[in-house]
Structure formats: C-alpha cells, structure tokens
Ligand binder design. Structure first.
Ligand SMILES: *Cc1c(COP(=O)(O)O)cnc(C)c1O
Length: 364
C-alpha cells in the first residue's frame, strides 16, 4: 500500500534528533515560553526573512490574533478565496469581521487577482490570502490592488513554508504571515503549533501580549488577550525540523518533478511559472471523473485525498454567513485529487503512482 502520508515514516528520518530534543526539554524543567521558543522564533524569523516571529498555539490562532492585532473597524469586510480551507474564514469571523469571497484561478487553486475588484465593498479593509498547496499567490497583482484601495494584507501560510514568488518568501508580502505547524504541514510539529511573522514592530508587540493573556510582564495586562502560547516541547522539536526544512522541500520538489514528467497529459496538472518557487505541501491534480480515478488508485493500493470535498460556502456552519454562487470553487472541489507527496515517499513510490494513473485511461 502507498499511503497518502505516514507521519511515523516521515518523522523517522529525524528520530534521534527529535528524541534528544524532547528529552532535553523534559529535563530542563521549563515548559512554556522559554529559551526554546525564543530560539525557534529567531531562527524561523531568519529563515523567512522577517523581523519578528511570535509563536502561538496553532495556525488558526495565528490568523485570528493577527487579524485582531490590525485593529480594523468592527465588522469590516475581508476578502478571502472561495476555495480556501475553512480555517481562514473562521479566523475572519472569530476576529469580528465579515468574510467576502473571491474566486480562485482554476490552474493554481489560488485567489484570482482579476476577481478582486468584483468583490470589493465600501467596508473592505483587508485581504486575507491563502497560499494554497504550497504555491505563492500572485502577490505582485494582489499587492498592487491592496495599495490602490488602502487594504491591509494577512497571509495564510499554513501550507507554504518556504514557498517564494520572485525570490521573496511567502509571509513577507503583507502585514503578517500566519503559519501552522500542524503535524502534516511541510514544517510539522509533533502536535499543535503555529506562528506569526511580521516586519511591523507595533503589530509584533501587540501579538506578544495577545497570545499570553494580553500580558508581556507577569500580572500586568494591557489587552484583552487569550492563552495561545507555543510550548517549549513543540518549539524544540520544530527547531530540529526547521534545520531540515530545505532538504525536505527539495525532496518534495524532486517527487513533484517526477509527476510533471510522468503523469499523462489528460490530467490537469498545477500551473508552473518561472518566478514561482512551489513547496508542494499538496500535489493537487484535476480530472472530471475524480471519484472514479480515486477509486481506481485505491483498488491498486494507492491512497489519495481530496482538498477539499465541500467548499466553505456550502458548509452547514456557514449557512446565513456565506452566500452567492461560486462556480470556480465548485469546479475545484468536484475535480481535485491530491496525490501522495511526502518526506516518507520514495521516487519508486511516485513512479508507481504515475504508472497506476497511466493505466486508468487505458481501462476507461
Ligand atoms: C492547516 C491550515 C490552517 C489551520 O492550522 P491549524 O494549525 O490546524 O489551526 C489554516 N489555514 C490553512 C490553509 C491550513 O491548511
């Protein structure tokens, strides 16, 4: 069986280093907001090329707290992709604002800059972009639009650790870059973790308060904060993984290259452009008979996933919140299939997936 992802197999590669890091945290006697967190924050800020990094409990909190820290008028409209993972939309709602959907491009799964103007309202104050599947959004066009209309930019980088556009890292284009280190992400912890990167001193300072009860100094509370701290254990484990992030990315990019070379041309592959450096958190292809193709692969012992089966606006939780018709999102949700691509997969695994897919055309 070729698994879609085996975290045990992916983490096995770095097991000794991870175990040593964990042991050292347990023995240290200091478990929340300490040395490991500050070292990780410095190292991750350096990696991304941002001035500040603030560790938080998870990616959703990174988004909620960043939006909150912008201090926009209550109930502002925030533009967001109609096909994003639900977390981006939940964050806008939890921060007290209104998500306004923007259709993505079929070829990239990312927010289409050409559709921004259509969704702009008098109350729009920000754009929350999601760099989906490890590909940067077109921040050149989106940035120009934001500037023209005086909009802040929040980047959902939960799937784009190390992804670049024109040599610039995702997370550094807007006011804040929000990362998740959920175990399956390209930089994955051994549990929940997240972080915000920013070049804005004031925003960083507010985030350092917000994540810890609105307090930077013990028992002095300056803001109505929350408890969303990154713990020492996850920070120590993330420091190990961060040292290997480029090598993990190279591995995934090499596997993607095999897909681009060997997958049949009747399958829609993600668009590639010379100035985009993709990190392939997900390798998403499209096919009109997606469900049949998925079943065929499974019958040949290849597991795949769908990202995502139901668009946010069709979720029960969004009734009365999101409305309208979103045909591009619908199309993507009906045709997308995610193929195995992880640190634990070998070249042979990926060649075998290509082989099984080749046979699907012959069978139908
Ligand atoms: C995973 C993910 C999140 C949420 O991260 P958590 O750490 O699970 O809270 C947000 N946005 C996107 C696009 C994601 O893929």
């Amino acid at each position: 069986m070729i698994e879609y992802e085996s975290l045990a197999r992916s983490n096995q590669v770095y097991m000794t280093e991870l175990e040593n890091a964990a042991t050292s945290v347990i023995r240290s006697g200091w478990y929340v907001l300490g040395q490991e967190v500050s070292h990780f924050e410095n190292e991750f800020a350096n990696y991304i090329g941002a001035k500040h990094c603030i560790g938080v409990a998870n990616g959703l909190d990174a988004l909620i707290l960043s939006i909150e820290a912008l201090d926009l008028p209550k109930g502002s409209d925030i533009l967001v992709a109609s096909n994003t993972y639900i977390a981006t939309i939940l964050a806008i709602l939890r921060a007290g604002h209104c998500p306004v959907l923007v259709e993505p491009e079929l070829e990239t799964f990312n927010m289409d800059p050409m559709h921004l103007a259509k969704s702009l309202t008098k109350k729009t104050r920000a754009i929350c972009v999601t760099h989906l599947f490890g590909k940067s959004c077109r921040m050149d066009a989106i940035g120009t639009f934001a500037k023209e209309h005086g909009l802040r930019i929040i980047e959902d980088c939960a799937q784009s650790h190390g992804a670049k556009l024109a040599n610039q890292m995702t997370g550094t284009f807007g006011d804040a870059g929000c990362f998740s280190f959920y175990p399956t992400k390209n930089l994955g912890a051994i549990g929940d973790a997240g972080a915000v990167v920013t070049n804005d001193d004031a925003l960083a300072d507010r985030l350092r308060h917000l994540r810890n009860y609105g307090s930077k100094q013990k028992y002095v509370n300056e803001y109505v904060g929350v408890n969303s701290r990154l713990d020492e254990m996850q920070a120590a484990l993330l420091r190990v993984k961060l040292r290997h992030l480029d090598e993990m990315t190279h591995h995934k990019r090499a596997l993607a290259e095999i897909y681009f070379t060997h997958l049949p041309d009747w399958l829609h592959l993600p668009r590639r452009r010379a100035d985009e450096y993709d990190v392939f958190h997900i390798f998403g292809v499209r096919h009109p008979e997606r469900d049949h193709l998925k079943a065929w692969l499974l019958s040949e012992n290849v597991k795949t996933e769908i990202h995502y089966p139901i668009p946010p606006y069709q979720q029960k939780a969004m009734q009365g919140i999101l409305s309208g018709s979103w045909p591009v999102a619908d199309e993507l949700h009906q045709t997308e299939l995610s193929l195995p691509i992880s640190v634990g997969h070998t070249r042979e695994d990926i060649l075998r997936v290509c082989d099984v897919i080749q046979q699907f055309q012959r069978a139908s």
